[in-house]
Design a protein around this ligand. Structure first.
Ligand code: DAH
Length: 360
């Protein structure tokens, strides 16, 4: 009897003292494991006399259940305590403001390229591309620009360096997107409807000129394309792009080697109070050059001018971006000043689409 009381005292104490689940398991094994003290006692019942067994049996069983219950209670208590400790340690203040993450913006030039691509795509134009380093054949000759034409002069055009003895034909940084006309004609043939937005380069630098800027070229070729369609396409474009019901365009006779006839196109505007307004007023602002594609140019592109004809235009993207978004200085476009980019940039999810409207 005493032995049982002693076991009870010993194990209840050890159970209370167990500091964690591992220590508690040790106590369990020592008491109730296969070779545990209480288990051995129970096995020894078989060697006792019937009388002894009468008293020892129930007492041992009771001890076993008592220890069992104490183990369970202690295990639960330890688990609660460790959960409490974790909750304490992993405490999180959900009311704290989130950490700001740096977020970029879409450059106005990219935004405007996306906008105009959406508008022309709606009119059936697909996007064509060409290299920024272009042979002088594509940049000039194929476009009917004569060898003595002033735009070929070193002072306008960036020529690629050639070592002496390197007799490859000259290459230039393309001075306009017009060479993409030739590439598109060669690649796709007629009929054809493409725009070609991209970077162009000229040696020029002041408030309205940077050595690199952006143009979009347009080209439509079919059997019966006329200047009336050119006018409609450009008016539709301006209406959608500038989000104006009333736009008025003025076609001024001009000259480009690659078109005949040629026209420069102005948009009606006012400068009242130093503020530019499009679509009203008595001033005109030039926004692009255009015309009917010259037969020589069609031939350079492998297209028969007896069968096909078309219109073309070239427009400054930076310029129409400045007009639409009221950006005063062209040079700021390419200075990568973060304050400017944050001010004039667009949210990444602000994707232009005709259905959603094109404005911010
Ligand atoms: N390539 C001309 C320039 O850079 C712009 C231009 C004018 C393009 C008339 C055309 C066009 O396609 O027909 O100034």
């Amino acid at each position: 009897m005493d032995a049982i009381a002693e076991l009870r005292g010993k194990y209840l104490h050890q159970i209370r003292a167990a500091a964690d689940a591992a220590a508690l398991e040790q106590v369990r094994l020592a008491a109730l494991g296969k070779k545990g003290e209480i288990s051995q006692q129970m096995r020894s019942l078989g060697r006792m006399s019937a009388d002894e067994r009468q008293t020892a049996g129930p007492a041992l069983n009771e001890l076993k259940s008592e220890i069992d219950a104490a183990l369970k209670a202690r295990r639960a208590a330890l688990e609660d305590a460790s959960l409490d400790a974790r909750l304490q340690a992993e405490w999180l203040d959900v009311t704290l403001p989130g950490r700001p993450r740096p977020r970029g913006t879409i450059h106005p030039v990219s935004q405007v390229m996306d906008e105009l691509t959406a508008i022309f795509a709606d009119m059936g134009f697909s996007v064509a591309e060409g290299p920024q380093i272009e042979s002088d054949w594509y940049n000039f000759d194929a476009l009917n620009i004569a060898p003595e034409h002033p735009s070929r002069q070193e002072m306008d055009t960036f020529y690629m360096h050639r070592d002496s003895g390197d007799n490859r034909p000259p290459h230039v940084l393309r001075t306009h997107t017009s060479p993409v006309q030739i590439r598109a004609m060669q690649d796709r043939g007629a009929p054809l409807r493409v725009i070609a937005p991209g970077r162009v380069y000229r040696m020029d630098m002041d408030q309205t000129h940077t050595p690199m800027f952006h143009q979009v070229e347009g080209l439509a070729i079919d059997r019966d394309i006329t200047m009336a369609q050119l006018k409609w396409v450009l008016e539709e474009f301006c209406r959608a792009f500038f989000e104006l019901d009333a736009v008025e365009l003025r076609f001024r006779a001009s000259h480009f080697p690659f078109t005949e006839p040629s026209a420069e196109v102005d948009i009606r505007c006012s400068w009242e109070g130093g503020q530019l307004k499009l679509g009203e007023g008595d001033d005109w602002l030039e926004i692009l050059g255009s015309g009917m594609v010259h037969p020589h140019v069609l031939r350079s592109g492998g297209i028969d001018p007896e069968v096909w004809q078309g219109f073309a235009f070239g427009m400054g993207i930076d310029r129409i971006a400045m007009l639409k978004y009221g950006i005063p200085d062209l040079r700021a476009f390419f200075e990568s000043d973060l304050r400017w980019l944050r001010h004039y940039g667009f949210a990444a999810l602000d994707q232009p689409s005709l259905a959603a409207g094109l404005s911010r």
